[in-house]
Design a protein around this ligand. Structure first.
Ligand code: ADP
Length: 414
């Protein structure tokens, strides 16, 4: 093989390595194939994954436009034989040697008189063929060598192309499954809400009416119905956020006061769990413009987790401060911590570090995804740092100026 051909094949390597669109790489390979073998035309075929046919994926000169890519079965074509038997197929006079093959039929997109087909393999599997046509003279050993070199590179290219198709297909399937899950959650939370509202309403009413001795049982009914209501509301909240139907009902309020109220709401629960709650809050009221109830939900989940995943004798430290452009809130616990491999997933819907089989705590893995949704609705960010066995820190950044004012509002205002 002459050095010029070798240099061109090496150049192709760079095209492949540069991660350019695969079409560009296939076209460059065909140009090398035609020029180096003096063929008048060349086609790259890819075998379909069922191994039943080959599909023309690129041609030089391009094939006439038709409805879809040109296809041939493996059985009656020289290109098909090259794939099936994993060997080059050379026909110097098609009309005489193999008049019945598909490359010699009127529907074949070019008038093939002479051809050379070399299989394209990748990791021992035949993925396609490169086929050159109509050289003035017979194809030579050198031509076979050129196409075989090209076939090695094309193997990676076709493998990449297949991977891309696979990835796209998987992405589509994941999206479909995710849509199904979202629809299920939307329907389930909607359908559960009405009967639950009735149960809760009537149970609350009955609790006041029944004799004292049954009060305790009725309290259990009401408490658990309320718990169920919270879970259902949580599911609906993340779903609304994901489908883009969440609304911020913005108002101006003091974040410092909100945090103080939340801490006092959770103090009793923390005492029960033998966890001390401490706060570092500034004199500044940390006035912000946002949805107080959504931010209360977001912070409650962090405080709740900071108590739940703590250890007896542990502490929970909550701080809030202004930093340039943002209000920063930190919820820091001395609890069990989160393993590094779980850290990137804890904000996913329904994710829990412990399997639900061994889990000692309640919850369905929605708290943090709700928190993240609520923070992001405000244009903010949240992340976690953690050392297993020592504790976790959740940091929330809320931008000072990105909540839209009423006049420019994509948000619903109250
Ligand atoms: P859940 O309501 O089921 O606890 P979350 O979305 O609030 O779900 O949290 C997801 C998971 O992240 C939890 O199940 C827990 O394993 C882990 N996690 C959350 N917060 C903490 C924390 N402060 N310390 C340790 N693990 C935590």
């Amino acid at each position: 093989m002459d050095t010029q051909t070798l240099a061109r094949i090496l150049d192709l390597n760079h095209v492949l390595a540069r991660n350019r669109p695969l079409k560009e790489f296939f076209q460059a390979a065909l140009a090398v194939a035609c020029e180096s073998t003096a063929a008048a035309a060349a086609i790259i075929w890819a075998a379909d994954e069922g191994g039943r046919q080959i599909v023309a994926i690129e041609a030089d000169p391009p094939l006439p436009a038709s409805d879809g890519p040109f296809k041939m079965p493996l059985t009656n074509s020289a290109a098909g034989w090259a794939v099936q038997y994993e060997q080059p197929v050379q026909l110097d006079d098609i009309a005489k040697e193999q008049p019945s093959i598909l490359e010699n039929q009127p529907e074949f997109p070019l008038q093939a008189a002479r051809l050379l087909a070399v299989p394209i393999r990748f990791r021992g599997q035949a993925l396609g063929v490169i086929e050159a046509f109509n050289k003035e003279d017979n194809f030579t050993y050198e031509d076979i060598a050129v196409l075989e070199h090209l076939a090695v590179l094309l193997g990676s290219g076709i493998h990449d192309a297949r991977q891309q198709v696979h990835i796209k297909r998987l992405q589509k399937e994941i999206k479909k499954l995710d849509d199904l899950k979202s629809n299920f959650i939307a329907i389930a939370s909607h359908e559960l809400r009405t009967p639950l509202g009735l149960i809760l309403g009537h149970a609350t009413f009955l609790r006041e009416m029944i004799p004292e001795e049954f009060r305790e049982q009725m309290d259990v009914v009401v408490r658990n119905a309320e718990r169920l209501k919270k879970l259902i509301e949580g599911m609906a909240q993340v779903n609304n956020y994901q489908s883009g139907t969440s609304r911020v009902r913005a108002q101006t309020f003091s974040l410092r006061d909100l945090i103080t109220t939340l801490i006092s709401d959770y103090r009793q629960q923390a005492e029960k769990a033998q966890v001390t709650i401490e706060a570092s809050l500034p004199d500044d009221p940390l006035t912000i413009h946002g949805d107080e109830s959504k931010l209360a939900t977001a912070l409650s989940n962090l405080i709740q987790n900071g108590i739940t995943f703590n250890k007896p004798g542990g502490s929970l430290h909550i701080s809030a401060t202004r930093i340039p452009g943002y209000t920063q809130i930190r919820v820091q616990d001395t609890g069990i911590g989160i393993p590094p491999e779980a850290l990137p997933r804890i904000f996913d819907r329904f994710y829990q570090v412990e399997s639900h089989l061994t889990r000692q705590h309640g919850g369905i893995g929605l708290g943090l995804s709700i928190t993240k949704a609520m923070v992001e609705l405000h244009g903010g960010r949240i992340w976690a740092d953690s050392t297993p066995g020592q504790g976790s820190t959740f940091t929330v950044l809320l931008p000072l100026h990105t909540i839209p004012t009423p006049s420019e509002n994509p948000f619903e205002l109250t």
